[in-house]
Design a protein around this ligand. Structure first.
Ligand code: N01
Length: 501
């Protein structure tokens, strides 16, 4: 019997924002035949893992939430991590997603069977699961990256990564070193400065920082957002369109636009740091937007504290007692905090994935991760990626992109079910043309001009979308059958509009 006659099982891999959003939309359409696999013990992804002091979203809360699950109760303009995690846990309860969840279950391999049009997912428990459609929502910045510094294992004190915070370790009065000055560091540094005895921040590259303009939402404001949903939508829309307005200043290689951002940031630096020598050390040397723009109201001001030092000498090695810098100084420390970012998940397939004729996703991505609109890869039918290649924004909420991808996958699922298709497989020529256009645009973007996690080792960019969010969403939210090869059970032919033409 073919899978056509059975229920339509769907697998969602990953229960972070993307996986949860997808599950809700399936539920809204009355589709209950899905299972969510999550390797961790709880849902939440980024917001489950990043619990370091000061962890918060640097995108405004009203924009950084699902449009179909608006929340009038955010306590601040930029939500703390815990509050976002509570929001996600609330959605899981509201939509009764626990019944669909397999927590603590890691997918180790996925293999497509051309004959039955099904994916077989093998788990770390040794069992397997068959699905007609797979939604890969595994996230892009998940596994902590520790730097390749000599002697890293020899340190005798406490070592922790920002994304694996040890809440049992008391930093009070301790000599603490923070390595890194990215988005995580600029949140944790001000949050722990008053508590620790002495804080040293090891900076390799100073970053552009702009004011966050954070603040609490009053009880009255929250009441109004709850009573008048239109107000909440307007607030969301305003934040979204403002980020689009400022987008070109952040993503385009347009020195005149960059200069506006740089002036704004330097003014902020001047207001926060009085000492000109310290300001010089904190002043970035790369073009605005080339690395992620950081937003903070108190990061730079933290260096004005007597117990905080900026260390600009490179790290030579880590020793049992602390960090040895290139000037020969040994910085004695009780704890080292690695704010050194994440392994880029998109550098390879999340686990071995075998599509049509046994081809592997790693092989398909050997020259860099590519997918049609960041979602579908030719030769890997019925496999939809959320937050896939070239779908990251540098200037706005990633959820705008994710929601468009969810809509695309839902429409494809509708087509498969309604027309009893075996599979949809994006056409290679469609995928190639799309990616040529994406890569062609990269030369107009600011990102090739400096080194960052955005870039692959060969300098190509497979992580960010080179343009506006509205542009991506408008192009990605609809599933166009003509762009796919549609295979039926009856004929077992991989017919397409194009093939037919
Ligand atoms: O990591 P990063 P992150 N010696 O890779 C330094 C998201 N995020 O965790 O710039 C010394 O940005 C490295 O130096 P350099 C967001 O998308 C979102 O901060 O490479 N230093 C850099 O300063 C973000 O982009 C939120 O020279 C070393 C730092 O470590 C992404 O996560 C909040 C080093 C790493 O910065 C990653 O941010 C937080 C070495 N050997 C994060 N190796 C939101 O609010 C690395 N560094 C949504």
């Amino acid at each position: 019997m073919t899978a056509r006659a059975t229920e339509f099982p769907i697998a969602i891999i990953g229960a972070g924002f993307g996986g949860i959003g997808m599950a809700i939309q399936l539920k809204k359409r009355g589709i209950e035949s899905f299972t969510m696999f999550e390797r961790a013990a709880e849902v939440g992804g980024t917001w489950r893992d990043n619990t370091y002091p000061g962890a918060a979203c640097d995108v405004p809360s009203h924009a950084y939430s699902l449009s179909f699950e608006p929340n009038p109760n955010w306590s601040r303009k930029f939500s703390p991590s815990q509050e976002i995690q509570s929001y996600l846990l609330g959605l899981v309860e509201k939509w009764k997603l626990r019944d669909h969840l397999r927590l603590g279950t890691e997918i180790r391999e996925a293999r497509f069977d051309d004959r039955s049009g099904t994916w077989t997912l093998r788990t770390d428990k040794g069992d397997s699961f068959t699905a007609r459609v797979v939604i890969s929502a595994v996230g892009g910045l998940v596994d902590p990256q520790y730097p390749a510094i000599a002697g890293i294992d020899s340190f005798r004190g406490e070592k922790m990564h920002t994304a694996r915070w040890n809440h049992d370790y008391d930093l009070t009065g301790k000599r603490v070193g923070v390595i890194g000055t990215g988005a995580s560091a600029i949140q944790v540094v001000p949050a722990i400065a008053a508590k620790v005895g002495h804080l040293e921040v090891f900076q390799r590259t100073p970053a552009w920082v702009v004011p966050k303009l954070d603040g609490r939402y009053s009880a009255r404001a929250r009441e109004l957002f709850a009573r008048y949903p239109l107000l909440l939508r307007l607030s969301r829309g305003f934040k979204y369109w403002m980020s689009e307005l400022f987008g070109p200043m952040i993503f385009l290689d347009a020195p005149r636009l960059s200069a506006i951002g740089e002036r704004m940031s330097l003014k902020h630096l001047e207001a926060q740091v009085k000492d000109p020598e310290l300001r010089r050390k904190l002043t970035p040397h790369f073009q605005f937007g080339c690395k992620r723009i950081l937003v903070s109201d108190d990061y730079w001001a933290t260096f004005e504290r007597d117990n905080v030092d900026l260390v600009c000498e490179g790290i030579r090695e880590i020793r049992a007692e602390g960090i040895l810098t290139s000037d020969g100084v040994l910085h004695q420390l009780d704890a080292i905090i690695f704010a050194t970012g994440f392994e880029l998940g998109l550098a390879k397939a999340p686990f071995p994935v075998y599509g049509l004729d046994g081809r592997s996703l790693d092989a398909a991505w050997s020259a860099g991760a590519v997918a049609y609109k960041g979602m579908t890869v030719s030769g890997f039918p019925n496999w939809f990626i959320l937050m896939g290649p070239n779908t990251g924004p540098g200037h706005t909420s990633v959820l705008v992109y994710t929601e468009a991808q969810i809509s695309h996958a839902l429409q494809a699922i509708g087509k498969l079910r309604d027309e009893h298709l075996k599979y949809v497989d994006v056409r290679q020529d469609v995928q190639d043309r799309y990616n040529e256009r994406i890569q062609g645009r990269m030369k107009y973007m600011v990102w090739p001009s400096c080194s960052s996690w955005y870039l692959s080792p060969d300098g190509s960019n497979h992580s960010l979308y080179p343009g506006f969010a509205f542009e991506y969403a408008a192009g990605a939210r609809n599933f166009h059958p003509a762009e796919y090869r549609l295979a039926t059970f009856e004929s077992d032919q991989r017919t397409t509009t194009a093939d037919a033409a």
